[in-house]
Design a protein around this ligand. Sequence first.
Ligand code: FMN
Length: 253
Amino acid sequence: MKYFRIIFSPTGGTEKAASALTANWKEAETIDLSLPDKDYSEYKIGKDDIALIAMPSFGGLAPQTALERLGQIKGGSARCIIMAVYGNRAYEDTLVQMEDAAEKCGFRIIAAVSAIAEHSIIHRYAAGRPDSSDCDVLAGFAEKIKNKIEQNDMTKPHIPGNRPYKKVGGVGLAPKAGSACTECGLCASGCPTKAISPDKIKTADSKKCISCMRCVSICPNGARKVSRLPVFAASLAIRKACSEPKQNELFTD
Ligand SMILES: Cc1cc2nc3c(=O)[nH]c(=O)nc-3n(C[C@H](O)[C@H](O)[C@H](O)COP(=O)(O)O)c2cc1C
């Protein structure tokens, strides 16, 4: 039995929550879904293996890029846990989309988790999460999932969300580099969708950019930014929904 962590985490929040959930997995192979040139069809997961699939919620949906890359992996009837990570507003149809995509690959879902991480655009929402108490909660979920695996319980949980899924809204925020940019190229090489061309480093191709904020988070000089006004407007629009801290959730039956 092998363990796989299949993760799309542009700015690290999903990775943090996934690490807390898999802390009791002694050895696991991580499949990073953020690599644009990777041939994911080389991954064939075995029937006895266990996989965690973790993605952030963007506009209440799973990022299309991550779903397409997941779609190349052969799930081989392996048991899997799906995890949607969101910035304290809502995850809406993210988990059901992940459920459909994982099943299409051949995975059998035994658990679903929603977890909170700092909002990667509006950092004051869920700031610092997952914190130590979130990690304790996620470790508790991990024990329950472990028991389910040990009991060979294959029950598929009821997963919240709607079909048809909500319409893709699109944030449309393509970060640009300011005068602090040294053209080091880190943002271009780290972009999950190749939206930043090495020859035109200061901008991003708005057709390819998924507004994931990877370039903003990895810039060593803090040079890449999104326009303040739309971020301010978005921040106001979700203020009410983000006013109370949301709780992590586990679905096993
Ligand atoms: C384009 C975009 C859209 C987002 N939409 C939502 C959302 O609808 N609901 C929410 O609660 N958080 C939303 N967030 C916040 C992320 O889901 C959250 O910060 C997540 O932890 C990001 O994952 P990462 O740190 O692995 O990149 C959004 C973030 C981005 C970049």
